[in-house]
Ligand binder design. Structure first.
Ligand SMILES: [Zn+2]
Ligand SMILES: [Zn+2]
Length: 474
């Protein structure tokens, strides 16, 4: 009796190893197809909420494969939900696809724009979208073949770069029944720790003054640019009196048209970030006071519009450990001799002091838990306070490359980016398979979420009740 039991157990574990190998082999055989999908989005970079072609391409790939696709969700034309299966557990994979303005770059290891000043995929969201779709299809095929119970969704989430697409998808109730949400991000290393990010509020402050001849009748003018400068001066003084981890940055988006006309309109665009959303909210309120003071002192009128607001990422160690184990199973990115040469050229362009080598792309970063997020912000943050969320980063860029640079666009447009993207697709796939095979993990993950966010947590979007800023990149 015992012997038979052992044989059955052995067969079961063999079955799952074979199933894994099978699924990974299938993904490998479609690497060129998904690489081409990413490359098409890369070659036609579309800005936040304007990603008509990128979104349509991902939707078509999913529906051709057998997903039921609902386009235009949450009142956002480029957002979509693709679904397969029914019942519990519900596992989601998020897919991003928006580009950044002003970072157009060819897939070459030196600075060369495709269109000077044009948009480019400097955050690798073309890879993000394509790999999440690849993983979705791989998991769906495995579910079909093995009659796996549950619901699988791929969420098409637009405008991550400052548009907060996921906030509106969350607010529309589209993730309420999700047990685990997965995501990933292109990067210059392979890592799947339980790490956080910064909460962020971004705002456009608009000042309205009075135009006049700057030499003939300056006394009749009220300069909106003066107001912008006065506000920014106060915000810069404020830096001395905010908590250490705070980040504040701004650009002047409108500053007048000609020096001999007193500017009647000016606008500056501010970000404030901190690991704690509550602190961000408080500093933002002080920023509004600075804007009011600037308007008062310059006799202009001020209006502001919160463009985006996102929570910090809430890590989930229960899930992150599973993701990390799978990433180790898959391994990092190894370069061909040509890719190595490309990487060496890119590394030469880094500022002095940035140490990295092409071999770093093969390594997997050790597992860490870091609740004080550094660096950037992401609208995944809001999702992570609502449902257990887990993600990873892979080396789609040459080690040492920073996001939002031409070097990131360059590597993302060639085979290095595509190889890194497949590491993500495979790791997400194994993780989803683990969750479907043992849904009890989702219960533990929810317990951890509840502990981290506290019993009295009530989600309030930092953007308030505004609609998605569909025209913020127009
Ligand atoms: Zn970015
Ligand atoms: Zn990004």
């Amino acid at each position: 009796m015992k012997k038979y039991f052992l044989i059955i157990l052995f067969n079961l574990s063999c079955f799952s190893i074979f199933a894994q190998e099978d699924v990974l082999k299938k993904l490998d055989s479609k690497a060129d197809f998904y690489g081409d999908l990413a490359r098409q989005i890369w070659a036609n970079p579309e800005l936040g909420y304007l990603e008509t072609n990128s979104s349509a391409l991902l939707q078509k790939t999913l529906s051709d494969a057998g997903f039921k696709v609902t386009p235009g969700v949450a009142d956002i034309p480029t957002a979509f939900v693709a679904e397969f299966g029914s019942g519990k557990p519900v596992i989601g994979i998020m897919a991003e696809f928006d580009a950044l303005p002003g970072v157009s770059q060819q897939a070459v290891p030196f600075r060369q724009a495709v269109v000077e000043g044009g948009p480019g995929h400097a955050c690798g969201h073309h890879l993000f979208g394509a790999a999440s779709v690849a993983s979705g299809i791989a998991v769906m095929d495995w579910m079909k073949e093995n009659k796996i119970q549950g619901t699988l969704r791929v969420y098409g989430t637009p405008a991550e770069e400052g548009g907060g697409g996921k906030v509106y998808i969350a607010r529309a109730g589209l993730i309420e029944d999700v047990d685990v949400m997965m995501h990933w991000h292109p990067g210059s290393q392979n890592a799947a720790g339980a790490t956080s990010s910064l909460a962020n509020i971004s705002t456009k402050f608009r000042f309205y003054g009075e135009a006049s001849h700057a030499a003939a009748a300056p006394e009749r003018g009220k300069s909106a640019l003066d107001a912008v400068e006065a506000m920014n001066f106060m915000v810069n003084l404020m830096r001395e009196h905010v908590p250490m981890e705070t980040r504040m940055h701004y650009v002047i988006t409108r500053g007048g048209e000609a020096p001999n006309v007193v500017p009647a309109f000016a606008e500056s665009y501010h970000y404030v970030r901190h690991p704690d959303a509550l602190v961000v909210q408080q500093i933002f309120e002080r920023m509004v006071k600075a804007a009011e003071g600037a308007a008062l002192g310059t006799q202009t009128r001020m209006e502001y519009e919160v463009i985006n607001g996102v929570y910090n990422l809430l890590p989930n160690e229960t899930l992150a450990r599973i993701m990390h184990a799978n990433l180790e199973k898959i391994g990092g990115v190894s370069y061909s001799p040509e890719e190595r040469k490309f990487a060496e050229e890119i590394i030469k362009t880094y500022p002095a002091g940035v140490k990295s080598s092409p071999e770093d792309a093969e390594k997997i970063a050790p597992f860490i838990v870091n609740e004080k997020g550094g660096g950037g912000s992401t609208d995944v943050g809001d999702i992570s306070w609502l449902v257990p969320t887990v993600g990873l980063g892979t080396a789609t860029w040459v080690p040492g490359t920073s996001a939002h640079t031409w070097q990131a666009v360059a590597a993302g447009g060639m085979s290095i980016g595509q190889k890194g993207m497949m590491v993500a697709a495979k790791t997400l796939t194994l993780t989803a398979m683990d969750l479907f095979k043992d849904p009890s993990v989702t219960v533990k993950a929810l317990e951890e979420l509840n502990k981290r966010r506290g019993a009295d947590f009530e989600y309030k979007a930092l953007v308030g009740d505004r609609k998605a800023p569909l025209d913020y990149r127009k």
